[in-house]
Design a protein around this ligand. Structure first.
Ligand code: OGA
Ligand code: MN
Length: 295
Protein backbone atom coordinates (compact mmCIF):
# COMPACT_ATOMS: atom_id res chain seq x y z
CA UNK A 1 0.00 0.00 0.00
CA UNK A 2 1.42 3.31 -1.05
CA UNK A 3 0.57 5.91 1.57
CA UNK A 4 1.25 9.56 0.99
CA UNK A 5 1.04 12.50 3.36
CA UNK A 6 -0.08 15.68 1.65
CA UNK A 7 0.66 18.63 3.94
CA UNK A 8 -2.34 20.84 4.58
CA UNK A 9 -2.22 24.52 3.77
CA UNK A 10 -1.65 25.17 7.47
CA UNK A 11 1.18 25.23 10.03
CA UNK A 12 0.61 21.55 10.84
CA UNK A 13 -1.36 18.58 9.58
CA UNK A 14 -1.45 16.36 6.51
CA UNK A 15 -4.10 14.55 4.56
CA UNK A 16 -3.40 10.86 4.21
CA UNK A 17 -4.04 9.46 0.77
CA UNK A 18 -3.63 5.95 -0.56
CA UNK A 19 -4.92 4.14 2.50
CA UNK A 20 -8.29 2.48 2.27
CA UNK A 21 -8.86 2.84 5.91
CA UNK A 22 -12.21 1.08 6.13
CA UNK A 23 -11.06 -1.93 4.16
CA UNK A 24 -7.86 -2.22 6.15
CA UNK A 25 -9.47 -1.85 9.56
CA UNK A 26 -12.08 -4.46 8.67
CA UNK A 27 -9.41 -7.10 8.18
CA UNK A 28 -7.34 -8.74 10.85
CA UNK A 29 -5.46 -5.55 11.46
CA UNK A 30 -3.14 -3.13 9.78
CA UNK A 31 0.06 -4.29 8.19
CA UNK A 32 3.03 -3.45 10.47
CA UNK A 33 4.62 -1.35 7.74
CA UNK A 34 1.47 0.71 7.34
CA UNK A 35 1.19 1.29 11.08
CA UNK A 36 4.85 2.36 11.24
CA UNK A 37 4.34 4.75 8.31
CA UNK A 38 1.28 6.27 9.96
CA UNK A 39 3.16 6.59 13.27
CA UNK A 40 5.97 8.49 11.53
CA UNK A 41 3.45 10.60 9.66
CA UNK A 42 1.81 11.50 12.95
CA UNK A 43 5.11 12.61 14.48
CA UNK A 44 6.02 14.59 11.36
CA UNK A 45 2.67 16.33 10.87
CA UNK A 46 0.96 16.32 14.30
CA UNK A 47 -2.50 15.90 12.74
CA UNK A 48 -3.58 13.34 10.12
CA UNK A 49 -6.80 13.76 8.15
CA UNK A 50 -8.59 10.89 6.39
CA UNK A 51 -11.51 12.01 4.26
CA UNK A 52 -14.71 10.59 2.99
CA UNK A 53 -14.65 6.93 3.95
CA UNK A 54 -17.34 5.55 6.26
CA UNK A 55 -15.84 3.81 9.29
CA UNK A 56 -17.93 1.60 11.56
CA UNK A 57 -17.54 1.61 15.36
CA UNK A 58 -15.81 -1.80 15.21
CA UNK A 59 -13.43 -0.55 12.51
CA UNK A 60 -12.61 2.53 14.56
CA UNK A 61 -11.70 0.35 17.53
CA UNK A 62 -9.61 -1.91 15.25
CA UNK A 63 -7.78 1.06 13.85
CA UNK A 64 -7.08 2.50 17.28
CA UNK A 65 -5.80 -0.84 18.59
CA UNK A 66 -3.23 -1.01 15.82
CA UNK A 67 -1.58 1.99 17.49
CA UNK A 68 -1.66 0.74 21.08
CA UNK A 69 -3.91 0.11 24.03
CA UNK A 70 -7.11 2.11 24.09
CA UNK A 71 -8.04 4.18 27.10
CA UNK A 72 -11.41 3.74 28.74
CA UNK A 73 -12.78 7.16 29.58
CA UNK A 74 -13.59 7.94 33.22
CA UNK A 75 -17.32 8.58 32.68
CA UNK A 76 -19.30 5.38 31.95
CA UNK A 77 -22.35 7.23 30.57
CA UNK A 78 -20.28 8.52 27.63
CA UNK A 79 -19.13 5.09 26.49
CA UNK A 80 -20.56 3.57 23.33
CA UNK A 81 -23.01 0.79 24.31
CA UNK A 82 -21.24 -1.95 22.29
CA UNK A 83 -17.68 -0.66 22.44
CA UNK A 84 -16.58 0.74 25.82
CA UNK A 85 -13.38 2.03 24.18
CA UNK A 86 -15.45 4.46 22.11
CA UNK A 87 -16.32 7.76 23.66
CA UNK A 88 -19.62 8.98 22.20
CA UNK A 89 -19.08 12.68 21.85
CA UNK A 90 -22.57 13.85 21.09
CA UNK A 91 -24.99 16.63 21.87
CA UNK A 92 -27.89 14.24 21.24
CA UNK A 93 -29.34 12.84 24.44
CA UNK A 94 -30.17 9.17 24.92
CA UNK A 95 -33.86 10.17 24.41
CA UNK A 96 -33.00 11.49 20.92
CA UNK A 97 -33.37 15.21 21.62
CA UNK A 98 -30.59 17.74 21.31
CA UNK A 99 -29.23 18.93 24.68
CA UNK A 100 -29.95 22.19 26.39
CA UNK A 101 -27.01 24.50 26.76
CA UNK A 102 -26.63 24.20 30.52
CA UNK A 103 -27.27 20.53 31.17
CA UNK A 104 -24.26 18.40 32.17
CA UNK A 105 -23.88 16.70 28.77
CA UNK A 106 -23.58 20.12 27.09
CA UNK A 107 -21.40 21.59 29.81
CA UNK A 108 -18.96 18.72 29.39
CA UNK A 109 -18.81 19.20 25.62
CA UNK A 110 -18.38 22.93 25.94
CA UNK A 111 -15.50 22.18 28.32
CA UNK A 112 -13.55 20.94 25.29
CA UNK A 113 -13.60 24.50 23.94
CA UNK A 114 -10.62 25.10 26.24
CA UNK A 115 -7.23 24.37 24.72
CA UNK A 116 -6.08 21.01 26.06
CA UNK A 117 -4.37 17.75 25.27
CA UNK A 118 -6.29 14.58 26.03
CA UNK A 119 -5.60 12.68 29.24
CA UNK A 120 -2.72 14.86 30.34
CA UNK A 121 -4.06 14.26 33.87
CA UNK A 122 -2.85 10.65 33.67
CA UNK A 123 0.60 9.64 34.89
CA UNK A 124 1.08 8.08 31.45
CA UNK A 125 -0.96 10.33 29.17
CA UNK A 126 -2.39 9.56 25.76
CA UNK A 127 -0.34 9.09 22.61
CA UNK A 128 -3.02 10.09 20.11
CA UNK A 129 -6.76 10.54 19.70
CA UNK A 130 -8.85 9.46 16.72
CA UNK A 131 -12.07 11.40 16.18
CA UNK A 132 -14.61 10.35 13.58
CA UNK A 133 -17.46 12.58 12.43
CA UNK A 134 -20.91 11.01 12.10
CA UNK A 135 -22.97 14.21 11.91
CA UNK A 136 -21.61 17.73 11.89
CA UNK A 137 -23.18 21.19 12.05
CA UNK A 138 -23.17 23.36 8.97
CA UNK A 139 -21.66 26.23 10.89
CA UNK A 140 -19.18 26.18 13.78
CA UNK A 141 -18.05 23.06 15.60
CA UNK A 142 -14.61 23.03 13.96
CA UNK A 143 -11.65 21.63 15.84
CA UNK A 144 -8.44 23.64 16.11
CA UNK A 145 -4.97 22.21 16.62
CA UNK A 146 -1.85 24.06 17.74
CA UNK A 147 1.69 22.86 17.07
CA UNK A 148 3.62 22.70 20.35
CA UNK A 149 6.98 21.99 18.65
CA UNK A 150 6.86 25.29 16.84
CA UNK A 151 5.39 27.06 19.86
CA UNK A 152 8.45 25.92 21.83
CA UNK A 153 10.91 26.77 19.07
CA UNK A 154 9.50 30.26 18.72
CA UNK A 155 9.29 31.16 22.41
CA UNK A 156 10.52 34.69 22.93
CA UNK A 157 13.78 34.72 24.96
CA UNK A 158 12.13 35.83 28.22
CA UNK A 159 9.61 33.00 28.13
CA UNK A 160 12.26 30.48 27.07
CA UNK A 161 14.08 31.16 30.34
CA UNK A 162 10.80 31.03 32.26
CA UNK A 163 9.85 27.52 31.06
CA UNK A 164 13.20 25.85 31.72
CA UNK A 165 12.87 23.11 34.34
CA UNK A 166 9.21 23.97 35.08
CA UNK A 167 6.81 21.16 35.98
CA UNK A 168 3.07 21.63 35.69
CA UNK A 169 0.46 19.94 37.84
CA UNK A 170 -2.30 18.35 35.73
CA UNK A 171 -5.53 17.45 37.50
CA UNK A 172 -8.80 15.97 36.29
CA UNK A 173 -10.57 17.26 39.40
CA UNK A 174 -9.36 20.76 38.54
CA UNK A 175 -10.44 20.73 34.89
CA UNK A 176 -13.80 19.17 35.72
CA UNK A 177 -14.43 21.75 38.42
CA UNK A 178 -13.56 24.49 35.92
CA UNK A 179 -16.01 23.44 33.24
CA UNK A 180 -18.30 26.22 31.98
CA UNK A 181 -21.19 25.16 34.24
CA UNK A 182 -22.31 22.57 36.75
CA UNK A 183 -21.23 18.92 36.55
CA UNK A 184 -21.67 16.15 39.07
CA UNK A 185 -18.82 16.34 41.57
CA UNK A 186 -16.29 13.53 41.27
CA UNK A 187 -16.70 10.59 43.61
CA UNK A 188 -14.05 9.70 46.19
CA UNK A 189 -13.21 6.68 44.08
CA UNK A 190 -12.69 8.76 40.93
CA UNK A 191 -10.62 11.29 42.84
CA UNK A 192 -8.44 8.49 44.17
CA UNK A 193 -8.07 6.94 40.71
CA UNK A 194 -6.94 10.21 39.07
CA UNK A 195 -4.74 12.03 41.56
CA UNK A 196 -2.95 15.18 40.32
CA UNK A 197 0.30 14.47 38.45
CA UNK A 198 3.24 16.70 37.50
CA UNK A 199 4.69 16.66 33.97
CA UNK A 200 7.53 18.73 32.53
CA UNK A 201 6.34 21.80 30.63
CA UNK A 202 9.11 21.26 28.09
CA UNK A 203 8.66 17.73 26.85
CA UNK A 204 11.58 15.84 25.27
CA UNK A 205 10.74 13.42 22.46
CA UNK A 206 12.64 10.29 21.42
CA UNK A 207 14.06 12.06 18.35
CA UNK A 208 15.54 14.80 20.56
CA UNK A 209 12.98 17.46 19.69
CA UNK A 210 11.20 19.47 22.38
CA UNK A 211 7.66 20.75 22.63
CA UNK A 212 5.47 22.52 25.16
CA UNK A 213 3.17 20.25 27.15
CA UNK A 214 0.31 21.99 28.92
CA UNK A 215 -3.41 22.79 28.46
CA UNK A 216 -6.76 22.78 30.23
CA UNK A 217 -6.03 20.07 32.79
CA UNK A 218 -3.20 22.19 34.22
CA UNK A 219 -4.04 23.27 37.75
CA UNK A 220 -0.79 25.05 38.56
CA UNK A 221 2.99 25.17 38.47
CA UNK A 222 4.75 22.81 40.84
CA UNK A 223 6.35 24.69 43.73
CA UNK A 224 4.90 28.07 42.71
CA UNK A 225 2.00 29.96 44.30
CA UNK A 226 -1.39 29.88 42.57
CA UNK A 227 -1.36 33.44 41.30
CA UNK A 228 2.20 33.52 39.95
CA UNK A 229 1.68 30.05 38.50
CA UNK A 230 -1.53 31.03 36.72
CA UNK A 231 0.14 34.10 35.30
CA UNK A 232 2.94 32.05 33.78
CA UNK A 233 0.53 29.42 32.43
CA UNK A 234 -1.70 32.05 30.81
CA UNK A 235 1.26 33.80 29.26
CA UNK A 236 2.69 30.61 27.74
CA UNK A 237 -0.73 29.46 26.53
CA UNK A 238 -1.41 32.78 24.82
CA UNK A 239 1.89 32.49 22.96
CA UNK A 240 1.51 28.78 22.16
CA UNK A 241 -1.94 29.11 20.62
CA UNK A 242 -1.14 32.08 18.40
CA UNK A 243 -2.74 31.87 14.96
CA UNK A 244 0.56 31.10 13.26
CA UNK A 245 0.71 27.74 15.05
CA UNK A 246 -2.92 26.72 14.43
CA UNK A 247 -4.81 24.53 11.93
CA UNK A 248 -8.61 24.71 11.95
CA UNK A 249 -10.36 21.54 10.78
CA UNK A 250 -13.75 22.09 9.16
CA UNK A 251 -15.52 18.77 9.53
CA UNK A 252 -17.43 16.82 6.94
CA UNK A 253 -19.31 13.63 7.78
CA UNK A 254 -17.01 10.56 7.61
CA UNK A 255 -13.86 12.55 8.32
CA UNK A 256 -11.41 10.85 10.62
CA UNK A 257 -8.83 13.06 12.28
CA UNK A 258 -5.96 11.65 14.29
CA UNK A 259 -3.89 13.99 16.45
CA UNK A 260 -0.70 13.57 18.41
CA UNK A 261 -1.50 14.37 22.04
CA UNK A 262 2.22 14.52 22.88
CA UNK A 263 2.94 17.51 20.70
CA UNK A 264 -0.29 19.38 19.94
CA UNK A 265 -3.10 21.15 21.76
CA UNK A 266 -6.66 21.19 20.46
CA UNK A 267 -10.03 22.75 21.15
CA UNK A 268 -13.59 22.61 19.88
CA UNK A 269 -14.96 25.82 18.38
CA UNK A 270 -18.44 26.87 19.46
CA UNK A 271 -21.58 25.91 17.53
CA UNK A 272 -25.30 26.02 18.20
CA UNK A 273 -25.09 23.19 20.71
CA UNK A 274 -28.76 23.32 21.70
CA UNK A 275 -30.01 23.60 18.13
CA UNK A 276 -27.95 21.52 15.72
CA UNK A 277 -26.65 17.96 15.97
CA UNK A 278 -22.96 17.15 16.32
CA UNK A 279 -22.24 13.44 16.70
CA UNK A 280 -18.66 12.20 16.88
CA UNK A 281 -16.96 8.99 17.97
CA UNK A 282 -13.60 9.01 19.62
CA UNK A 283 -10.98 6.45 20.57
CA UNK A 284 -7.99 7.42 22.63
CA UNK A 285 -4.73 5.52 22.26
CA UNK A 286 -2.80 5.27 25.52
CA UNK A 287 0.82 6.35 25.72
CA UNK A 288 3.53 3.98 26.82
CA UNK A 289 5.66 6.19 29.05
CA UNK A 290 5.41 9.24 31.25
CA UNK A 291 6.59 12.47 29.60
CA UNK A 292 10.23 13.34 30.23
CA UNK A 293 11.94 16.69 30.33
CA UNK A 294 15.52 17.93 30.59
CA UNK A 295 16.86 16.63 33.86
C1 OGA B 1 -12.20 15.66 22.83
C2 OGA B 1 -12.22 16.92 22.14
C3 OGA B 1 -12.95 18.19 20.27
C4 OGA B 1 -14.08 18.22 19.32
O1 OGA B 1 -13.01 14.79 22.56
O2 OGA B 1 -11.32 15.49 23.67
O3 OGA B 1 -11.48 17.77 22.51
O4 OGA B 1 -13.94 18.95 18.35
N1 OGA B 1 -13.03 17.08 21.11
O5 OGA B 1 -15.08 17.55 19.55
MN1 MN C 1 -9.89 16.66 23.64
Amino acid sequence: MDIRFEPLDAPLGAQVVGLEIGAVAAGTGLDDGVVAALGHGLVDHGVLVFRGEPISPAQLVGLGRAFGELEILPEPEKRHPDHPEIFDLTNVRPDGDVVERDEPQAVFLRGTERWHTDSSFRAVPSLCTMLYAVEVPERGGETEFADMYRAFEELPPGLRDAVAGVRLVHSYAYSRANNPGELEPMSEEELARYPPVAHPLVRCHPDGRRSLYMGGHVAGVEGVGDEAGRELIDQILAHATGERFVYRHRWRADDLVVWDNRSTLHRLRPYDIAGTRRVMRRVTVAGTEAPTGDS
